[in-house]
Design a protein around this ligand. Structure first.
Ligand code: PHE
Length: 507
């Protein structure tokens, strides 16, 4: 599991999800590591007092997406992250992520789809409603951005599963009206959610604390399953296309491997019959295969037509495989991976929804499947975008390259020189040091000038038993050359804050 994921926090997050659907390190093997602005100011966000990432701040209010929240000892959202909450990259039809979102929506015409749900959700929605145990590592403050103990920035789009099922069941117009095509799926029995999600993480070309996911939920009554089973195999995927009719074309695009079996290691739930699970699982896999193949074939068609120069979309087959996985809210669970630049990249987690969740939604008579796709990873692959931070760029040299409904290769442009600074320090003797606290501190102090932060050395003194770390911070701007003097000032502030906020001793 977890090929290519390096950070401790990512691994722990996988603890949440057991794997990360976020973009992975593999992409950083891309030759050009481009740099970009992450400028995105939103007036919607205002702090009532100066706010730092420290969790000591209490009895203050912070405003996110127009609402005020009381902070407490759990609060760890930084203003740098708050400033991302209103960016709405998915609402710009010429943005690669929005182009991909629309392509996926089109593959599921019978689903309701949502792309405007607020990133602020309750801890209950994000974790409890999905069966995360109270001591699950994914709930940790080092992995999740909390607004306060009961409110957080969603870490995944699954946070909306129960809420949307309940809204459908109870005909809650206030939520259902937010569906872009609400009439398409009465009762919200099938829906898609595209949204920004937030996870504390390291800083580099394939990790960014905000990324985007596409969630799908598809439920069936037991009667529907019986009826659909009577129909010829492969004719009832969600896309309402005939899978077999396309299978020849698909085989030219992707080479599919699936050796997974439903059994002890990845069990069905006792509430479900073997037949029911086999049907729902097949329906899900077919729907997802079809979606991925359609999108890959679009990229290949663009390449053949000469509109796509990148080597990223191969001449012929894309290896795609299914592997077993674990998520607290599905069983059995799987992941879909694509082979890209010499490595298997996980692009999606999925599975048969836990029956308890459907019961809680008031739908005990239905079974369902769900998936969660990481949009950045697929978009990087389709558009040949080498660095995740480019998605946040407002540089016209990036934004002008894309247009609605079109997959085309990103053409790299020259970057401004970078400036690196090292900082060495002894870890505090009391309390914990967590790398993600350093990442947020640097992002908060240096803003968009920070390109990446890497641990380059670590040792423990044989006599004192004290541990020393050395991190290298790479500063770069997309639109101008930065001066050494300017970066020295920022580095001083970073060092200063490290002592104050993290309790380290600088060397
Ligand atoms: N929410 C999971 C994640 O972020 C992915 C997932 C979605 C898994 C739906 C199963 C079902 O990793």
């Amino acid at each position: 599991m977890l090929a290519g994921i390096r950070s401790a926090s990512a691994v722990k997050q996988l603890g949440i999800r057991f794997k990360q659907t976020a973009p992975c390190a593999t992409i950083s093997h891309c030759p050009q590591r481009l740099q970009h602005l992450y400028v995105c100011n939103t007036a919607a966000i205002r702090f009532k007092r100066t706010y730092s990432s420290s969790s000591e701040i209490k009895n203050s209010e912070l405003k996110v997406m127009g609402s005020s929240y009381q902070t407490d000892g759990w609060t760890n959202t930084t203003s740098a992250i708050q400033n991302k909450t209103g960016c709405n990259l998915l609402h710009n039809p010429s943005h690669p992520l929005a182009i991909l979102k629309e392509l996926i929506f089109k593959e599921f015409p019978s689903f309701a789809y949502y792309d405007s749900l607020s990133p602020v959700v309750s801890t209950y929605q994000n974790f409890d409603s999905l069966g995360f145990s109270k001591d699950h590592p994914g709930r940790s403050k080092t992995d999740t951005y909390y607004i306060n103990e009961n409110t957080l920035l969603r870490t995944h789009t699954s946070a909306h599963q129960l809420q949307l099922l309940v809204a459908g069941k109870q005909s809650d117009r206030s939520l259902l009206a937010q569906a872009k095509n609400g009439k398409a799926a009465p009762g919200n029995e099938r829906f898609l959610v595209a949204a920004d999600v937030y996870r504390r993480d390291e800083i580099d070309s394939s990790h960014y604390p905000v990324f985007h996911q596409m969630e799908a939920v598809c439920t069936f009554s037991r009667k529907e399953i019986q009826q659909l089973k009577q129909q010829p195999a492969h004719s009832n995927t969600n896309t309402q296309n005939n899978f077999e009719a396309h299978s020849i074309a698909y085989s030219q695009v992707a080479k599919l491997t699936d050796t997974t079996v439903i059994g002890n290691g990845n069990p069905k739930q006792p509430e479900h019959t073997t037949d029911e699970v086999a049907f729902v699982a097949e329906h899900m896999k077919q729907s997802m295969n079809q979606m991925v193949f359609q999108i890959l074939s679009k990229a290949m068609a663009a390449k053949k037509a000469g509109g796509y120069q990148a080597s990223d979309v191969s001449e012929s087959e894309f290896p795609v495989r299914w592997i077993d996985a674990y998520f607290p809210f599905t069983s059995p669970s799987w992941e879909m991976e694509v082979f890209y630049q010499g490595e298997w990249l996980e692009i999606c987690g999925c599975g048969i929804m836990k029956q308890e969740l459907l019961d809680n939604a008031g739908m005990p008579d239905r079974l369902g499947w769900a998936f969660g796709f990481g949009l950045e990873r697929l978009a990087m692959l389709l558009f040949g975008i080498p660095d995740i931070r480019l998605f946040w760029s407002t540089d016209p040299r990036f934004t002008s390259q894309f247009s609605p409904g079109r997959i085309n290769a990103f053409k790299p442009f020259s970057r401004h020189p970078s400036c690196t600074k090292d900082v060495s320090f002894w870890l505090p003797s009391i309390g914990n040091f967590h790398e993600n606290d350093l990442m947020d501190l640097v992002r908060e102090t240096a803003g968009d000038l920070v390109e990446d932060v890497k641990l380059i050395d670590s040792f423990t003194h044989p006599k004192t038993g004290k541990t020393s770390h050395c991190y290298r911070i790479n500063y770069c701007s997309m639109d101008r050359n930065v001066t050494n003097d300017e970066i020295n000032l920022i580095q001083e502030q970073v060092r200063d804050q490290m002592v104050k906020q993290l309790g380290v001793t600088l060397r």
